[in-house]
Design a protein around this ligand. Structure first.
Ligand code: ZN
Length: 286
């Protein structure tokens, strides 16, 4: 199943078209996209068997339609993000492999969707292509074996990061410097776990539309994989339906290059994860 947010309403993607969930379910689910995660099991059971015909008058709006595709998860209670979760990124950062995940948050006001226009604040704004996990079932003290069953699905994220503020002050300010408006684009769709042959091994990366590939790796290269992150996070915080976990980025960030390279106005950043699609973000001057 593939879910998206179109004009603020949750839709099921079907090929090139979509089904408006509130219309097709006669009001039982939706239109608020966040509400389907609170009732995920019932929603997923309904979505598996509901009629497959496209039921919306504008049913074939392409995902490239500008300004209409919001974040598939617009209002999570909690957003977790993991730093230094790929060995090659740890190495390029000049650090040692951590024995505990480095956890921070991106504040929910930084969320945006596919084809977002993001204003670059003053400073040095970097890219971080990431797999984003969406929680489907409350998870507290979850075992490795049970971890994936608490996941609703996966989407693509960019953990945009302003490096100057991130590294200013007596201790790094990950959360604030990664939470300017638009610094957490996710989408274009959420894809449920059953759609992947191996959800622990997906190619991911990002490139500029001009052609330059900035990052390319596989999620199997994570130091703490998705089940391990759910074990470690849920050992402390209950993970709630609709919560997000940004799972970290591989090597290739601009701040670790020589010379350093950052996003500039006019850049079109394309971020992909195998089996999900491509998330497009346009960068603009303030
Ligand atoms: Zn990150």
């Amino acid at each position: 199943m593939r879910l998206a947010t179109l004009d603020g309403r949750v839709v099921l993607r079907r090929g090139d078209g979509h089904v408006d969930v509130a219309t097709a379910s006669e009001g039982r689910f939706g239109p608020d996209p966040q509400a389907v995660y609170a009732d995920w099991e019932a929603f997923a059971a309904w979505a598996r068997v509901h009629p497959s015909e496209v039921a919306h008058p504008d049913a074939t709006i392409p995902t490239e339609a500008e300004g209409r595709w919001g974040p598939p998860v617009p209002g999570p209670a909690q957003i977790f993000a993991i730093g230094l979760n790929y060995r090659d990124h740890v190495a390029e950062s000049g650090l040692t492999v951590p024995d505990e995940p480095a956890v921070f948050t991106k504040f929910a006001s930084s969320l945006t969707g596919h084809r977002a226009r993001v204003v670059l604040p003053e400073g040095s704004v970097d890219w971080e292509a990431e797999l984003v996990v969406v929680i489907g079932q409350r998870a507290h003290h979850v075992t490795r074996e049970a971890a994936w069953s608490h996941v609703a699905g996966l989407t693509i994220g960019q953990d945009l990061s302003e490096r100057r503020l991130q590294l200013a002050g007596p201790a790094p300010q990950f959360s604030l410097a990664k939470s300017y408006p638009g610094f957490a684009p996710i989408g274009p769709e959420l894809v449920t776990v059953d759609e992947f042959d191996d959800p622990d091994d997906l190619e991911l990366g990002c490139r500029l539309e001009s052609g330059e590939v900035l990052q390319k790796s596989r999620t199997s290269q994570m130091i703490f994989d998705v089940p391990e992150l759910i074990v470690r996070l849920s050992a402390v915080c209950p993970l709630l339906p609709g919560d997000l976990v940004f799972t970290g980025t591989p090597a290739g960030v601009g701040g670790a290059r020589s010379p350093r390279k950052f996003l500039t106005p006019g850049d079109e950043l394309l971020t992909w994860v195998e089996g999900i699609g491509t998330l497009r973000t346009s960068l603009h001057a303030s």
